[in-house]
Design a binder for this molecule. Structure first.
Ligand code: PLP
Length: 332
């Protein structure tokens, strides 16, 4: 792989740490490690930071003065896109998709509060099912009339270019594991807009490393999500120019921990967030990593992992959303 030929801005003091989780591991009967991509740079960090290193560099290379993106009402991606814009002296306009009817509250805490603190230029709210691409293009057209130039970043930063952030993460992790002398047998991660999962698969293929990667879905049924991840991985692999092989059967997206739907709490998520906080002092989030860790705990309890296997959980961030879920996490 030859990622250095892509323009890139740097937002993280890499590498992010890989740590053991001995107390959580003992509680669930598995050997668990964690890659702390909640500790990437930009305000409160998370996986979108790595994608934005490539996406914002491209926006700047194209002479854009404003970035435009879309996310859910408590979107970490929207927060981090705005944070990258602030750091680069760009403006940012957000479109929030109300995936759960009535869920947009202008005075909500969590990421929503940070949108204002980080100086968003405008927020508009659309309903689930509205054409998000058209909404972003309308914002770009408005900017053009003002003599400005917008750059559209898709939801989650999940196009081939953004996914390169997780190709780079895989390479980084692979080098760390070698230095640490740590043999990992499986990787577990949250699979949403698919860029993280796709990038990691491309990184594994590019490095010729055959560690199985298990995605835990947060929104979609298994066949749909596996199709999305594979399609994006193929595009990303073509862009990255990898020589290794991407195989459809390597794309695994488990959907048993989605619960009633995207962003809607489940008892397993609450347990996973609490266990990780109380055993390891690591904060997960209610929408993505809480459900992904619920998946890891569920698989461990079902004895899906071998006794000697080492499992690596990719922490993709999101803790600011906890502050919008206080009642649920306190059982109220
Ligand atoms: C966006 C997000 C994910 C999912 O990553 P995708 O690349 O969208 O699949 C996981 N965890 C957190 C905290 C996120 O914000």
């Amino acid at each position: 792989m030859h990622l250095a030929r892509f323009p890139r801005r740097r937002y993280t003091n890499a590498p992010t740490p890989i740590e053991a989780m001995p107390r959580l591991g003992a509680a669930i009967g598995a050997n668990v490690f964690i890659k702390r991509d909640d500790l990437t740079g930009l305000a409160s960090g998370g996986n979108k930071t790595r994608k934005l290193e490539f996406l914002v560099a491209d926006a700047m290379a194209q002479g854009a003065d404003t970035v435009i993106t879309v996310g859910a009402v408590q979107s970490n991606h929207a927060r981090l896109t705005l944070a990258a814009a602030a750091k680069e002296g760009l403006k940012c306009r957000l479109i929030l998709e109300e995936r759960v009817p009535g869920s947009y509250k202008p005075d909500a805490s969590g990421n929503n509060f940070l949108f204002n603190l980080l100086g968003v230029e405008s927020v508009s709210v659309v309903k689930l099912g509205d054409d998000l691409q058209a909404a972003m293009e309308a914002v770009a057209a408005d900017l053009k009339k003002l003599g400005r130039k917008g750059y559209i970043i898709p939801g989650g930063g999940s196009n081939a270019l953004g996914s390169l952030g997780y190709v780079a993460c895989f390479e980084e992790m692979n080098g760390q594991l070698f230095d640490m002398g740590l043999k990992i047998d499986r990787i577990v991660l949250a699979s949403g807009s698919a860029g993280t999962h796709a990038g990691m698969l491309v990184g594994a293929a590019g490095c010729s490393v055959d560690i199985p990667i298990i995605g835990v879905n947060v929104r979609r049924p298994r066949p749909e999500q596996e199709g999305n991840v594979f399609a994006l991985a193929e595009k990303c692999a073509a862009l990255a120019g990898i020589r290794g092989e991407l195989r459809r059967q390597d794309v695994v997206c488990r959907d048993e921990w989605v619960g009633p739907g995207y962003s809607l709490p489940t008892p397993e998520m609450v347990e996973a967030v609490q266990m990780t906080a109380r055993n390891e002092a690591i904060l997960l989030d209610p929408v993505y990593t809480g459900k992904a860790m619920a998946g890891l705990i569920g698989m461990a309890r079902k004895k899906e992992f071998g006794a000697k296997e080492n499992i690596l959980f990719l922490h993709t961030g999101g803790a600011p959303a906890l502050y919008a879920y206080q009642n649920i996490l306190e059982g109220r």
